[in-house]
Design a protein around this ligand. Structure first.
Ligand SMILES: [Zn+2]
Length: 453
């Protein structure tokens, strides 16, 4: 019988090519023009699960894009691992910033460049191939279920209902997700949580139409100026967020937690150089890892209004808009923070303008305990293949479905991401290092082995 490593070594070219084939399907969930691509991608994922050894795999309808479910049950008395991932991707725009087509994968310097390579096709596909490795070498120690959704990048609007409707089907002992990054290949890490999200849009209206800035400027409020002032008022001189009650429910990290977090290797100069900034910015009194992990933040994602075309137009615009989001930490509640944000923008609006503020979407923060059996299995698995115990870190991103999965299924989530922070997720030239892809396929079987012990 071949070992995992031998089987993987013999099939690694094919493992890579199969993943690349999946990247060729433009499964952009946000755009209705890709509805057929979404179905095609779901079908391809279901087929890959059957080919890898699932007893059954099917594409299941939701009110939105379909969910792919697959399972390999070896023995109902053995523990069951539920793998969650998503086959949808972010829109690729702006296309002119890509060095190669977002859906024409290119291999360069040991990296696969394509939309979805790291987020999340390349990462969930490691689990599909790990299943093949374990099936083909007769070394499965757990039952495996797959829940691969098609709406993660648009806030998973239909997955909560799907999970609630299929609790029995999805019954498992732990949820395993590879949809995040590690510090580096030299310093492997495991995320112990994800941040929550509150996302709103603000619309400021001044006069009932665009006006001549010479005739009316100075006498009528400019909604862009007002909106800019309102946004500027959200942070004080220490870069603390000023929205009343924003920090009320934030769990203060213990000195031990902060110590552990700051043990992760960090080179500030390198960090700045890589981003092309001279100085970092953030809440006073916290380090970079603390700012992106244990502290909530508020960002303006976009702002627009008035004339933005070529040349000059002297106009006093009628409207200004902004998209604003907050990343949340335990125990902040997305609903509560959204309400505070909406109220804040309405309450500080001067009488010279009208302000409309509404919710886009949100999600709760999620933490996983590091003394759980699942986390311990993941840590041992990483150590087995990287030769180094992983550093526990707090993820800065959000996977809004996490708190819903735990609530509906009553089990913990383990984050075992193999991406890197510079994978350009959601940006042009997204990539996934081939070495990380292979390392993931090598590590995942150990998780199942240790979890079953
Ligand atoms: Zn993702």
């Amino acid at each position: 019988m071949q070992t995992w490593k031998e089987y993987q070594e013999k099939n690694k070219e094919r493992f890579l090519n199969e993943m690349i084939d999946l990247l060729r399907i433009p499964s952009v969930s946000a755009k209705s023009e890709h509805k057929e691509d979404m179905q095609r991608c779901a079908d391809a994922v279901a087929k890959s699960l059957r080919d890898a050894g699932c007893d059954k795999a099917e594409v299941m309808a939701t009110a939105g894009h379909p969910v792919v479910y697959g399972e390999k049950i070896i023995d109902p008395s053995k523990p069951t691992v539920l793998v969650y991932g998503h086959y949808d991707v972010q829109p690729a725009e702006p296309l002119e910033l890509w060095h190669s087509g977002p859906f024409d994968p290119v291999i360069k310097d040991g990296k696969v460049f394509a939309r979805g390579s790291a987020d999340d096709k390349g990462q969930f596909y490691m689990h599909v191939k790990a299943l093949e490795v374990m099936s083909q070498t007769n070394s499965l120690t757990t039952n495996i279920k797959f829940l691969i959704e098609g709406e993660e990048e648009v806030g998973s609007p239909n997955l909560g209902k799907f999970v609630a409707d299929h609790k029995d089907l999805l019954k498992a002992d732990v949820i395993l997700i590879s949809d995040s990054s590690m510090l580096s290949m030299e310093n492997p890490s495991l995320d112990t949580g994800v941040r929550g999200l509150s996302y709103i849009q603000v619309e400021v209206t001044g006069a009932n139409r665009d006006l001549h800035s010479g005739t009316y400027g100075g006498a009528v409020a400019n909604p862009i100026t007002i909106l800019a002032k309102m946004i500027a008022s959200c942070h004080d001189e220490n870069n603390h967020i000023t929205i009343p009650g924003f920090y009320d429910d934030v769990v203060v990290a213990t000195p031990e937690e902060r110590d552990l977090l700051n043990k992760a290797p960090y080179d500030e100069q390198e960090y700045k150089d890589e981003l092309g900034v001279k100085e970092l910015w953030g809440e006073n009194g916290y380090t970079t890892y603390e700012r992106t992990g244990i502290r909530p933040t508020l960002e303006v994602n976009g702002i627009w209004g008035g004339y933005t075309g070529e040349g000059a137009k002297t106009v006093l615009p009628s409207k200004a808009y902004a998209k604003i989001s907050a990343r949340l930490v335990p125990n902040q509640s997305s609903d509560k923070i959204t309400e505070k944000l909406l109220n804040y923008f309405k309450s500080i609006a001067p009488p010279s303008v009208e302000v409309k503020a509404e919710l886009h979407h949100g999600g709760e923060p999620y933490m996983t305990p590091i003394d759980s059996k699942g986390y311990q299995a993941a840590a041992k698995a990483v150590e087995a293949t990287f030769g180094k115990a992983p550093i526990p870190v707090r993820g800065g991103g959000s996977i809004p479905i996490c708190s819903i999965l735990e609530k509906e299924l009553g089990i913990k989530i383990i984050f075992m991401g193999f991406g890197l922070d510079n994978d350009n997720l959601h940006s042009p030239n997204e990539k996934y290092n081939i070495e990380n892809y292979y390392k993931g396929i090598e590590t995942i079987p150990y998780f199942h082995k240790f979890f079953a012990e």
